[in-house]
Design a protein around this ligand. Structure first.
Ligand code: CMP
Length: 978
């Protein structure tokens, strides 16, 4: 329905001008309402007479959630016993509340609700209606749907007291049992007691915000007092009120009158109020019993010092001097008055703020940089909860690193220093900057200590509950943390699914790392994820330990951790023993996560050994000061001994890490020795036994000695692989893990550089002359699949996840081995070519058909054993052109087997990025042996499509997250023992 100004209903509503828009806005779905819509609705509703007693905050919420309804007389809104779906507030008109008559015929009227009443709150409890409500005249209503009303109620309980009409209360004489289960406003928590606020200068605008006035305000008070004494002496006198005598005081309303008459600069009473409040907040004047901030009322105020009578009357010369200065003083006060007025409003308890107060705050919020991205509705909500906080002295610690985050701050005046444990002051934040939301959003401890950098610093503060309710989901998405003027960490707010206590999932927001320096990322993780309850579903820590090898060399990681461990507290920054202990524990706990991710390769790097030994030594010294470290030292020792799994004493937070007792895989380590042959061009060879991490240069030297090869010039001898195809692959002198890097059927040759062309494969590389089909006949497909899978499983479990990254980023960059991964990849080729070879070497067509059938069943069993790597290898072997072209053999296969094979081929269908395979893999329960080439391809794609470093050498952590996400498939596949 649309209203036109001047219509009878509009007159009844007492809405001055009723435009078409606001009711149309109320027809839209809440989520579709724009800020302008909400502003239009709010500006109308706040003037509706019937809603006078509604708190502005409640009206704001109604703008968002309610729908407009206009109904004729005699419409039944709901009946007794109905399950309710809406809550109503009457804008105009009236409704009758009735219950069924005792004789069962018709209704008995209980009462009539008029404009301003609200009813229907039984929807909160899903209770049936216990009265019938019928419109008794044409009515205009606001209607709120049940789901929205529940939110509205949760947010505004305290403001709905006295607004809601409980139908159950009205009807309780008729059905007393209902009453207990229904809404009873008297059970509502009362608005927080103001007792403790009274003593808090921040919350009580009647108290000064600094103990003594600034020179400027002191001077202004002196001039004003002198002028009053010379021109209107009677204004300052002893007054009696409620049998109590108040010495030398003035009346608030008279002070306003006087000021207005002194200068045309003071053009309104409210302006004068602000000017006097500027004196009050600096303790230059006070209310006689410090109960009231400055009000234009019959309340007594006095100039400081007048109560004790220490102030004397100025001399005539001084008075005339002051009169000359009066205009300047009024000018000064008119400049500071509006701010004092704003502070006065902001120091009032939120429920005491009037609509005009909220408008003043709202107007001010429009100019605050830190809030510029927020919608006007959010700013209006903030206006009612923002708290002013003033701190008189420089050097005060606002909060310390490691504290629980309780509030978010915006600097209104002054500046603060941001201090990080072990680093000192990393930056200064100024007027308009905000801080302190990281810990609120992340629900983690404070990441820095904040110290006031100037006297008389002012903040706007939003407390945690209000922040979470109003801002958490809409607050700025990106945060840039700076140190020494440079960006060191860029965070982005992302939704994550968090498991709640009742097992359901709920979306919550967290600041997730986008990019940063390696050290700051590590520091942030230590602060945010170690020693705090981190939610399942948050992968930041796992992303870091899975990928750090790419951007943080081990020595840098060890040095950073040692620096944090060794850092000394700074007394100035309020850092104490608790914080120091916390920092130390964080380092130790992080090492456990790091060890968990690296597993057996943890000690491969000798630097880690040195680091752990030093750390262990330091902890042993520290235990004397911090006995709490006794438990921690045991954890470090269990890692160092490397014989007990620290996970047994401590359960990992990450679900895919919670495996029980998986046998330690037999990994290849750099120090392992390997036996291999090195051939000459004439196919003579020598056998070598060397460590796997022996570089090619050393193999060349030793093999040359043994083979009696002399180089004409230094570096003339070359090591290369000759493949069965004749292809030659040259090794660089620095290459490692040569023998494991050989391809299937490849051989290692040593020859002078200009003889390389003469190298030809050995006869044995041609492959076998005869198949082993006779032997294969002795084994069932299931038995074979089992044996293959057991062996694959061992190789699969031995792969270290970092090997995947070394492989994709280029192992030469890291100087690391990928032997375990190489062997697993070679295994794939081994199986594939074994299939091709056996089929092709089976002479009799009948036997070949049998073998083909056996291999298809072998693939089927591998799939059943969730060994997708060998499954793919077998199917690819069977699809090899040498096998697929044997059409007569294929024709003779039973159709059931042929169908089975076609199904297998579908699983390998590469279209839509191997969708069929990927969805099959996710459905399998671990342990699963995945198809490794595809995993490596995914990682390569991510690597090639994304930069590792962004501007200013910040690590692109988004890339790390993507890599880690792909690698997580590997972890999930290996998360259960066979
Ligand atoms: P929070 O962790 O809640 O409390 C300390 C605040 O300091 C933090 O939120 C950030 O808002 C702010 N801060 C500013 N610069 C840095 C920095 N380089 N490192 C950590 N915190 C910072």
């Amino acid at each position: 329905m649309k209203l036109l100004s001047g219509s009878p209903l509009a007159d009844k509503l007492q809405i001055p001008v009723v435009s078409l828009e606001w009711t149309e806005c109320l027809d839209k779905r809440p989520t579709d309402r724009t800020s302008d819509d909400l502003d239009a609705i709010f500006s109308k509703l706040k003037d509706v007479k019937a809603f006078e007693k509604f708190h502005p905050l409640l009206i704001q919420q109604l703008c968002y959630y309610s729908y407009f309804e206009s109904l004729e007389k005699g419409v039944t809104l709901f009946r007794t016993g109905d399950l309710g779906a809406n809550w109503f507030a009457i804008l105009s008109g009236s409704v009758d509340v009735c219950v069924p008559a005792e004789n069962g015929k018709g209704h008995t009227l209980i009462c009539t609700l008029e404009a301003g009443a609200a009813f229907g709150e039984s929807i909160l409890y899903d209770a049936p209606r216990n009265a019938t409500v019928i419109t008794s005249s044409a009515v205009m209503l606001l209607r709120v749907e049940q789901k929205d009303f529940k939110i509205l109620w949760e947010r505004n309980k305290q403001y709905m007291h006295g607004v809601i009409t409980s139908l159950s209360k009205l009807t309780n004489t008729l059905d007393p049992k209902r009453r207990a289960s229904e809404f009873d406003p008297s059970l509502l928590p009362q608005v927080a007691s103001s007792k403790f606020m009274k003593d808090d200068p921040t919350r009580n605008p009647a108290l000064p915000i600094i103990p003594a006035p600034s020179v400027r305000i002191q001077h202004a008070a002196y001039v004003l007092r002198s002028c009053i004494l010379s021109k209107a002496q009677q204004m300052i006198r002893d007054r009696k009120y409620h049998l109590k005598m108040h010495r030398s005081c003035l009346v608030g309303s008279e002070m306003v009158d006087w000021l207005i008459h002194q200068s045309p600069l003071v053009h309104s009473r409210s302006q004068a109020v602000g000017m006097w409040q500027a004196l009050l907040e600096e303790a230059a004047i006070t209310h006689v019993s410090q109960e009231h901030y400055f009000k234009d009322k019959y309340l007594f105020y006095r100039f400081s010092g007048d109560e004790s009578g220490t102030l004397t009357r100025p001399s005539t010369a001084e008075e005339s001097d002051c009169e000359e200065q009066l205009n300047d003083v009024i000018l000064t006060l008119s400049q500071v008055g509006p701010d004092a007025m704003l502070r006065m409003i902001l120091r009032k308890p939120p429920h005491e703020r009037t609509i005009d107060d909220l408008e003043i705050i709202y107007d001010e919020l429009l100019h605050i940089k830190a809030l510029s991205h927020l919608s006007s509705l959010v700013k209006r909500e903030l206006a009612s909860v923002l708290i002013f906080e003033a701190h008189p002295f420089k050097g005060e610690v606002l909060f310390s690193q490691g504290d629980e985050g309780k509030s978010w701050y915006i600097i209104l005046k002054g500046s603060v220093q941001c201090i990080i444990y072990g680093k000192g002051v990393v930056g200064t934040l100024h007027e308009g900057d905000d801080f302190g939301k990281l810990s609120l959003v992340n629900n983690s401890p404070r990441t820095a200590t904040i110290i006031l950098n100037e006297d008389n610093t002012h903040f706007l503060r939003v407390d945690k509950d209000d922040f979470n309710r109003i801002l958490r989901d809409v607050e700025a998405n990106t945060i840039r943390l700076k140190e020494f003027g440079k960006d060191v960490l860029i965070l982005d707010k992302v939704p994550i699914n968090v498991k709640t206590a009742d097992g359901t999932y709920q979306v919550c927001y967290k600041y997730s790392i986008m990019s940063g320096t390696a050290e700051k990322i590590l520091e942030y993780l230590l602060e945010t994820y170690i020693c705090v309850n981190c939610e399942e579903g948050d992968t930041n820590l796992d992303d870091f330990v899975s990928t750090y090898v790419i951007f943080m060399p081990t020595n840098q990681m060890c040095a950073t951790l040692l620096a944090i461990y060794k850092a000394k507290p700074q007394q100035r920054a309020g850092e104490n023993m608790d914080l120091t202990l916390r920092e130390k524990v964080k380092v130790i706990r992080f090492i456990l996560e790091w060890h968990d991710a690296s597993k057996e390769t943890f000690f491969e790097d000798p630097k880690i050994n040195v680091f752990l030994t030093e750390l262990h030594h330091l902890i042993r010294i520290d235990v004397k000061i911090y006995p709490q470290l006794k438990e921690e030292i045991k954890l470090i020792e269990s890692i160092m001994e490397n014989d007990s799994d620290p996970k047994e004493t401590r359960k990992s937070k990450l679900p895919w890490k919670q495996r029980n007792s998986i046998d330690k895989p037999k990994m290849i380590r750099p120090s392992d020795e390997v036996i291999f042959k090195v051939y000459c061009a004439d196919h003579t060879y020598t056998t070598m036994k060397m460590r796997i991490d022996t570089p090619a240069s050393k193999i060349i030297r030793l093999a040359a000695d043994k083979l009696g090869l002399r180089a004409d010039q230094p570096n003339d001898l070359k090591l290369c692989e000759v493949r069965s195809t004749g292809e030659r692959i040259l090794y660089k002198e620095s290459d490692l893990s040569i023998s494991y890097g050989l391809s299937l059927n490849g051989r290692l040759f040593l020859a002078p550089a200009d003889h390389l062309d003469a190298l030809v494969p050995l006869p044995e590389q041609e492959g076998p002359q005869r198949g082993t089909w006779q032997k294969l006949e002795m084994f069932g497909s299931k038995e074979l699949a089992y044996a293959i899978t057991m062996q694959d499983y061992e190789l699969f479990m031995a792969i270290n996840q970092h090997e995947l990254l070394y492989q994709v980023f280029g192992r030469y960059k890291f100087g690391k081995l990928t032997a375990n991964l190489d062997i697993f990849m070679r295994r794939f080729n081994e199986i594939q070519y074994w299939i091709v070879t056996e089929i092709c070497l089976t002479p009799s067509p009948g036997k070949r058909v049998q073998l083909l059938r056996k291999f298809i069943k072998l693939a089927s069993y591998c799939k059943e054993y969730r060994n997708l790597n060998s499954f793919f290898a077998i199917v690819m072997g069977l699809s090899n052109i040498a096998v697929s072209r044997l059409s007569l053999t294929w024709e003779r296969l039973p159709s059931k087997i042929k169908r089975m094979f076609s199904e297998f081929e579908t699983l390998m269908d590469p279209s839509r990025n191997h969708r069929v395979y990927r969805s099959t893999l996710t459905k399998l329960t671990p342990p699963t042996i995945l198809f490794m080439p595809l995993l490596l391809k995914d990682l390569t794609f991510t690597h090639e499509g994304n930069k590792t470093y962004l501007i200013e050498a910040l690590v692109n952590f988004e890339k790390m997250r993507m890599l880690s996400h792909t690698m997580r498939t590997l972890k999930i596949c290996r998360s259960q023992a066979l």
